[in-house]
Structures are given as structure tokens and as C-alpha cells.
Design a binder for this molecule. Structure first.
Ligand code: BLA
Length: 852
């Protein structure tokens, strides 16, 4: 590396060392008070505190008890929220409080030693929850295609905020970013399609963005407000999670150069990685309201979830395509021949799969077989020798062979880039694919090579670019980049070729693949409908918007965790202990005595995992809010053991605050009490014992896999749930057949609104037929039926025929991929509704079936 390049490297690494989380100051739109861990003594306060508290000078407050400056109600609420484990990782919003005669938004988070309270003036009268809820729902319902969502989202967000520019900014693997969607005021330069080098957002800034989700800079020109400490020797207060954290002066200079005065940045995290950002720019000072910011955070969650799902679908698609091509390639060869010959014969097709112009099999450094256009044998050997180390663990991809500057290679012929794959673990055998040169243009927002360096307190560091004018870079001498699809295909090729050497494995593999694909399809089909119904039902039991967004967000995170478990591992059986560990993580520290997990090694069927995780999530959040996990003295024992051929699972809380059974049935309680029984033919009970909440589930053996042979444990008494069917029938009764409980609940809600008095839901054929017969015998036949056409293990045709026999009209409901289903001739003309169902469609169909 030459001197200039190494100076740039040093300057760049100094940029990522700037300690932006401890700037010692905040922005002037808010104020900060910090206290010790027990919330007793004020240890820090921002200089501007008197604007919020009508208090005397900051020095008079330092060292005082919190109650001296905040109302008893607020301190009480702060103490409660500080019991939640989440305050260590995010700033929790408490809502608005009356502080010294003005309405103030309060939020709080904890560092390892301090509790940091942020105050912010309420911007507008609180928006009506229902209107906001509708906005989020509208966004959810539009989640379909990620690039369309992005364009629509930036447009919507600009309309709602009036910001001069709203962008979606996506990171590439090397950290550079690209503006992939933009809505802007007409008098602003377009940024759409422009790239920005990785150095514009240093690593520590990315890490913070991901941690806080939302970053606000209200006005680059407003002066920083110092945070004063009781003990000046104490290290600077950690402001990582503070909304008001003062921005780095370097970034302020950057925004000034861009002509931007205010920004709001929302992180988009997909599968645990920072995928990109929504960036709001305004040329004047601007601060979005706390309510709006909550909604943004929720939107970013939903987008992430949907995107994760699209990626999983894509990956399966890739795997399916590669697997079936390889299957054809392999099955056209005789399996008696040496398998390397089989690979050799398949090279043309493999090149097609990888969009390569040539390929070689290299054994012990020399070419065994080759196809298409490749460099000279000596160059190929040199390339393989050079890549051998990294190849032991990974696939190597190169866009420019020339950049390797291998001394023994004179040229690469028509080849510009290569992908190398090691084929066996026990001998040096490689497959190398080659691509030719493709010249392309990259548009940058300012010349990325124009790096100016400044010498400051930390040594040399980069200075933000002064110009952001579009700059065109011509890229030559490189091949089309090997993308993640190509790498996934290469991995699949290796897996398939490994298996080739064991011919009997082939059939098994094909079958396994098919199973995986159908399993994924089943899961993906309902997820959007699930999000919709969770959103709606959460909304019904929420008291405020803050409540709504927080519980919805947490439920969605739980669902995303469950989804992560599912995608790609459909044939695996995630261990119950692992699921528990993830949900209970904040309470499982070694020093924390509260939680005890007792039970054997057991795995759950992948299709049961989402339901189990959602139920678990409700139990954990309830315990954390009101139960034994809300105080240090509380205890929670979770036991699971074999019982009656299935698995018994017991959740027992004790020593917590005295339990009072809730007055109202919430969505969470419904989920706990009904979903396992409804969808999986298990049993559930939930009791609010004074000593602590107790929940018991029995899970049928088909959903459980024992890792080791087990001794049957003693059977504790388990109360059985009693099902009640209301006998009252005024407007009429309706039968809903739907295998997913949340969707059935959603349907119940719609039917109640239409005026049905009795709504019975059944998850399978047996239950539905039993209900129909019972109603017939009681001479109160159902008025109408709604049948999900495809149930978990069966279709609902048998139910349809039973209803026809009793002359009860009905409508079929079809999922997203029910088209391939063979429908019996007698049922072909029955009315159908497409999921997801809404009230209007339902009402219309009913008008044709019965008199409403
Ligand atoms: C932060 N830089 C950021 C952030 C963005 C960008 C989005 C997050 C903070 C925010 O503004 O909300 C970059 N903003 C962009 C880009 C676009 C945009 C690319 O709108 C494209 C349209 N910046 C530099 C250099 C350094 C640097 C050379 O250009 C370092 C030497 C630093 N950027 C820097 C720092 C932060 C930052 C330190 C963190 C600011 C903070 O939060 O304190």
C-alpha cells in the first residue's frame, strides 16, 4: 500500500473511533436528568433543565432526590418501567405528563450505573389513537412487494410529515449505500440511484442507529446543551440510547454541506443486520412528534418482517430451481461411472446455472476437465494455489482477477472474475467458474475518491465531502459481481455433488426438498393475514397509541423470531429449552435467581413453533409487567415432562405481587387459553392464583420429538378446560371452519358485527361434523357456514357435503395457493372468498346466500 492509501486507511479508522455515544451534550429540544440505579439521587442534569422544571440553577438540583423535582406519580411510573429488562436496551416511552404546568413527553433508559430520563416538550395535542391505528393498519395491508412498499412508504411519509426529502437508503455488502426510493420537493436535486461510500456513516454510527432505531437531529445550527455531573470525575454519561444525543460535529458539517438542517433516520434491520435506513431531510429545523416516531419504529419492524419473509421465499426458490436442475443433470448420467466424470459432463449446465462462461475441475493443482472459456492452465493453477487457504472454510469470489496481481500470471485471457468452490474435504479438488468483463457505470453522490484529510485531536481523519453533485464512475476490467444467489447456487451445487458419491441418498434428498418447500409455502401463506389480525386485535385491547404500538411491535418481534426458526429449518425440531431461553433471556443471567427451567431435551415440530412462541411471549410479558418477573423476589418455574403420550408444560409463578385476575379478556389471554387447544388439539388452562399465575398446556405427541428415551414422570393433577356452547340463538348461528385460531378470531369479530349471535369455530373436519350433527339434533341447525377450503391435514369438502345434505348454504374461503386443489364437481360452483377477508366482502356474499 502506498503512503497516501495508508494515510486514508488511518484517517478512516480514526473516524470510526470517535466516541459519539458520550458527547457530553444534548440537543436543545429536550432535557436530561440522570439518577442512580435506585432512582434516589440526581447525578446528572442538562444545563437547560430550568426551561422544563422552572427550577433554579442546575447545581441546585444535582444531588437532590428525584421527588424534589418530579411529581410523585411520575417517579412512581419511572420506578415501574425501570423494572422492565427492555430499558437496558432501548429508551422506553412513558407518555406525556404534566410537568410544571406544561405537557412533557417522558422516556427513560438505563446504562450500567445510571437511569437516564429524557424530557421533551409535547409538540401537538395527542393525536387520536384510532386514526393512528388506522394509519399503521393501512401500511400493514399494503405490505406486498418490497420495492413498491419502499416507494409508497417514502411518498406517504413525505405527505404526512411535509419533510423536503424522504429516502430509503440501502446498504451493500461493502458498507456503501444506495438511495433506492425517494420522494422530494421539486426544487431539490434528485438523489435516487446515487451511491455513497461506506465512510459517510462510520461503523459506530451504524451500530448506534441499529440499537436506537430512530435518530433525530432537530437543527444542525442549534447550540449543544452540556450535561453536568454531580461528580465531575465520573466518566461521561452514556447517551447511546438518548433521543437528544448531540450529533457528531463531523456529521453536522456533512449535513451543512448537503444543505440539510434537520434529519430523522429510521433503521431497517433484517434478520439481525442493518439492511438500510429511512432518511428524512428538511432544510429548516424540524422535529417529528413522539407519536409519529413510534409509528415509524413500528413500520420499520413490519417492513423488516415482510422483507425477511421475501428473502426466505427467494432462497427457497433458488434452492428449488438449482435442486431440480441438478437432479436432471445427475439423473441423466450413469451412476456407475466415476462421479468426477459425471461432474465433468455436467459442466456446461453448471455454467448456465452460475452465468459463467467457462469452468474447470482442478485436482492437485492441475486441470482435470474444463469447459468453455478459461485462462491458461498455469494461470488457473496459480489462482487455485493463491485461494487455497480461504477455500478451506468458504467459497471465494473475485470480481477482478487482475487485482490479485499474481506475479506468475501474465494474463487472464478473456476472463475477468472467478468463483472457486472446494468440492471435497479430504482431497484438494476444486471447481472454478469464470466470468468475462462487463463494463458498467456507477453513479455516486459526490466523487468518493475526493478524500480530504484533517489533523485533529485523534490524529488524521477524513473530512466530509463538500460537493454531493452526481459523479459518474466507469468500472472496467471486472465481471458482473457474484451475488448472494450465485453463492447460494454454488453451495447447493456442492451439496448435491457430495451426495452424488452416495447414489442412494439421491431419492431421499429429492423427497426432503419437496417436503421443505411445501412446509415453507404453508407457513408463508398465512403470515400476512396473521400480522393483520394481530394488529387489529391488539388495537382493540390497547388503551393508548403508545400501548398499541409497543405491544404490537413486541408481538411482531416474537413472530419474527418464530419465523426465523422456521425458515430454512422446516425439518428441524427446535428445542423447547432454546425457545424458552430466547424469550426469557433477560432473566437468565447467572446472578438472577428468578427463573428455573426443568425438563428433558425435547424438540417441537416447526409448524407449532410460531404458536408456541406467541403464547410464551404473552406469558413472559404479562409476568414482566404484573407478575413474578416484575420484582426481584419473584420466582418462575417452568417444567415440562411426558404425560398421556404427549408433553405437559407447566408455567408457575410465585412470590410476586399479589395476583388479581384481570377484569377484561385481552387478546393475550385469548391467545394463551385458546390457541394451543384450537389449532393443535392440545389443552390449555390459565389460572390467576393469588400466589402467582399458573398456566398448563398439554401438547400432543405428534408435535413433539424426544431427543433421548425418557422415563415417564409422575402425573400432577391438571384441570381440564371446559368448552361451553351458548344455547341462545336470536339472529342465527354460523359455523366457521378455519385451522388458524387468530384468523378464526378475526372472522368471529366480523360475524359479530354482521349480527350473528352464535358463532362456532372448528379447526378440522371431525370437529365441524360433530358441531353440525349436534345442532341438527338440537333442531337449531346452522344458518350458514364459512369453510376454509384447505385445512392443516385435510380439505373441508366433507364438511361442505354435510352442509349440502342439510341444505345449509355456505361459502368457501381460499388461501393464496389453493388454485391447484381438485374440487369435487358438485362443489365447483359454490361461492368463494379470497383471504384475507373483510367485512364488506363477507356481507355481500351473505346477501346472496341468506336474508341478512
Ligand atoms: C452519521 N451519516 C450519518 C447518518 C447518515 C449519514 C444517514 C446517520 C445520522 C443521521 O443523519 O440521521 C449519511 N445521510 C448520509 C448519506 C445520505 C444521507 C450517505 O442523507 C445520502 C443521501 N461522515 C462523513 C465522514 C465522516 C462522517 C468522512 O462523511 C467521518 C470522518 C461521520 N456520519 C459520521 C458520523 C455520524 C454520521 C460520526 C454519526 C452522527 C451522530 O449520530 O452523532
Amino acid at each position: 500500500m502506498n503512503d497516501l492509501a495508508s494515510l486514508h486507511q488511518l484517517a478512516l479508522s480514526n473516524c470510526s473511533k470517535e466516541p459519539i455515544h458520550i458527547p457530553g451534550a444534548i440537543q436543545s429540544f429536550g432535557a436530561v436528568i440522570a439518577a442512580d440505579d435506585a432512582l434516589e439521587c440526581i447525578t446528572h442534569v442538562s444545563e437547560n433543565i430550568r426551561l422544563f422544571l422552572h427550577a433554579p440553577a442546575p447545581d441546585d438540583i444535582l444531588g437532590q432526590p428525584l421527588e424534589a423535582v418530579l411529581t410523585g406519580e411520575l417517579v412512581h411510573d419511572l420506578r415501574n418501567v425501570c423494572g422492565l429488562p427492555s430499558v437496558l436496551s432501548q429508551c422506553e416511552r412513558l407518555g406525556s405528563y404534566d410537568v410544571c404546568g406544561q405537557s412533557v413527553e417522558v422516556s427513560v433508559y438505563r446504562t450500567s450505573t445510571r437511569v437516564v430520563i429524557e424530557l421533551e416538550r409535547c409538540l401537538a395535542a395527542r393525536s387520536r389513537t384510532s386514526a393512528s391505528v388506522i394509519q399503521v393498519k393501512a401500511m400493514i395491508e399494503q405490505l406486498d412487494n418490497p420495492s413498491e412498499i419502499l416507494s409508497m412508504a417514502v411518498q406517504e411519509l413525505r405527505n404526512r410529515t411535509g419533510c423536503d426529502r424522504v429516502m430509503a437508503y440501502r446498504f451493500a455488502a461493502d458498507g456503501a449505500g444506495e438511495v433506492v426510493a425517494e420522494a422530494r420537493s421539486n426544487d431539490m436535486e434528485p438523489f435516487l440511484g446515487l451511491r455513497y461510500p461506506a465512510s459517510d456513516i462510520p461503523d459506530q454510527a451504524k451500530a448506534l442507529a441499529q440499537k436506537t432505531t430512530i435518530r433525530v437531529i432537530e437543527d444542525v445550527s442549534s447550540p449543544a446543551v452540556l450535561v453536568l455531573a454531580l461528580d465531575p470525575a465520573e466518566p461521561q454519561l452514556d447517551l447511546s440510547l438518548a433521543l437528544t444525543r448531540r450529533p457528531s460535529p463531523i456529521h453536522i458539517e456533512y449535513l451543512n454541506n448537503m444543505g440539510v438542517a434537520a434529519t430523522t433516520t429510521v433503521a431497517i434491520t433484517v434478520s439481525g443486520k442493518l439492511w438500510g435506513l429511512f432518511a428524512f431531510h428538511h432544510r429548516q429545523s424540524k422535529l417529528l412528534s413522539a407519536d409519529f416516531r413510534s409509528m415509524l419504529a413500528l413500520f420499520s419492524q413490519l417492513f423488516s418482517l415482510r422483507f425477511q419473509q421475501v428473502l426466505a421465499e427467494e432462497q427457497f426458490h433458488d434452492r428449488k430451481r438449482t435442486a431440480s436442475s441438478l437432479y436432471h443433470i445427475v439423473s441423466s448420467q450413469s451412476l456407475d461411472t466415476d462421479w468426477k466424470l459425471t461432474v465433468a459432463a455436467a459442466l456446461p449446465q453448471l455454467c448456465q446455472l452460475l452465468l459463467a462462461q467457462g469452468a474447470a475441475i482442478v485436482q492437485n493443482g492441475s486441470i482435470l476437465e474444463a469447459y468453455g472459456s478459461i485462462p491458461t492452465p498455469a494461470s488457473v493453477s496459480a489462482l487455485v494455489a493463491h485461494s487455497q487457504g480461504p477455500l478451506e472454510t468458504d467459497i471465494v469470489t473475485l470480481e477482478s482477477l487482475a487485482e490479485l496481481a499474481l506475479p506468475e500470471v501474465a494474463g487472464w485471457g478473456e476472463c475477468a472474475g472467478a468463483l472457486l468452490l472446494s468440492l471435497t474435504a479430504d482431497e484438494p479438488l476444486y471447481l472454478v467458474f469464470f466470468r468475462g468483463e462487463v463494463a458498467r457505470e456507477i453513479l455516486w453522490g459526490g466523487n468518493p475518491e475526493k478524500k480530504e484529510i484533517q489533523y485533529g485531536a485523534f490524529g488524521p481523519r477524513l473530512v466530509p465531502r463538500a460537493s454531493f453533485e452526481a459523479y459518474k464512475e466507469m468500472v472496467e476490467g471486472r465481471c458482473t459481481p457474484w451475488n448472494r444467489h450465485n453463492v447460494a447456487t454454488a453451495l447447493e451445487i456442492r451439496t448435491e455433488l457430495f451426495r452424488l458419491s452416495e447414489s442412494r441418498m439421491q431419492l431421499f434428498q429429492q423427497r426432503q426438498q419437496n417436503l421443505l418447500i411445501s412446509e415453507l409455502n404453508h407457513r408463508v401463506r398465512n403470515i400476512l393475514a396473521l400480522i393483520r389480525s394481530i394488529a387489529r386485535q391488539t388495537g382493540e385491547s390497547a388503551d393508548s397509541l403508545t400501548d398499541y404500538t409497543q405491544s404490537l411491535e413486541r408481538r411482531i418481534v416474537a413472530l419474527a423470531t418464530a419465523h426465523d426458526f422456521g425458515s430454512g429449518h422446516a425439518l428441524e425440531w427446535p428445542a423447547i429449552r432454546r425457545l424458552l431461553t430466547i424469550e426469557l433471556q433477560p432473566y437468565l443471567a447467572e446472578a438472577d435467581p428468578r427463573v428455573t427451567l426443568i425438563g428433558p431435551d425435547v424438540g417441537f415440530k416447526a409448524s407449532f413453533v410460531p404458536t408456541f412462541v406467541l403464547v410464551l411471549h404473552e406469558l413472559v410479558s404479562n409476568a414482566a409487567k404484573y407478575g413474578s418477573l416484575s420484582v426481584m423476589s419473584g420466582r418462575l418455574t417452568v417444567r415440562w415432562f411426558v404425560q398421556a403420550g404427549g408433553l405437559s408444560f407447566q408455567w408457575k409463578e410465585s412470590n410476586g405481587p399479589t395476583v388479581v385476575a384481570p377484569q377484561r379478556r385481552g387478546f393475550g389471554r385469548d391467545l394463551i387459553e385458546r390457541s394451543i387447544a384450537y389449532e393443535f388439539e392440545g389443552e390449555s388452562t390459565l389460572s390467576f392464583d393469588a400466589d402467582g399465575v399458573c398456566a398448563t398446556f398439554w401438547i400432543p405427541s405428534s408435535l413433539v420429538r424426544w431427543k433421548k428415551p425418557l422415563l415417564v414422570e409422575p402425573v400432577p393433577d391438571m384441570p381440564r378446560s371446559v368448552e361451553t356452547v351458548p344455547a341462545k340463538q336470536v339472529l342465527g348461528s354460523v359455523l366457521v371452519v378455519e385451522d388458524n385460531m387468530l384468523l378464526a378470531m378475526e372472522m368471529e369479530r366480523c360475524l359479530q358485527q354482521l349480527g350473528f349471535e352464535q358463532i362456532d369455530a372448528a379447526p378440522n373436519v371431525a370437529r365441524a361434523i360433530a358441531l353440525i350433527e349436534k345442532m341438527q339434533t338440537q333442531q337449531t341447525p346452522y344458518r350458514v357456514g364459512i369453510l376454509d377450503i384447505e385445512l392443516k391435514k385435510e380439505t373441508s369438502f366433507e364438511i361442505a357435503i354435510a352442509l349440502q345434505t342439510h341444505k345449509i348454504p355456505f361459502v368457501f374461503v381460499t388461501g393464496y395457493d389453493s388454485k391447484h386443489l381438485e374440487v369435487p364437481a358438485s362443489l365447483k360452483d359454490m361461492p368463494r372468498l379470497q383471504k384475507p377477508i373483510d367485512l364488506v366482502a363477507l356481507e355481500k356474499v351473505f346477501q346472496t346466500l341468506i336474508d341478512l
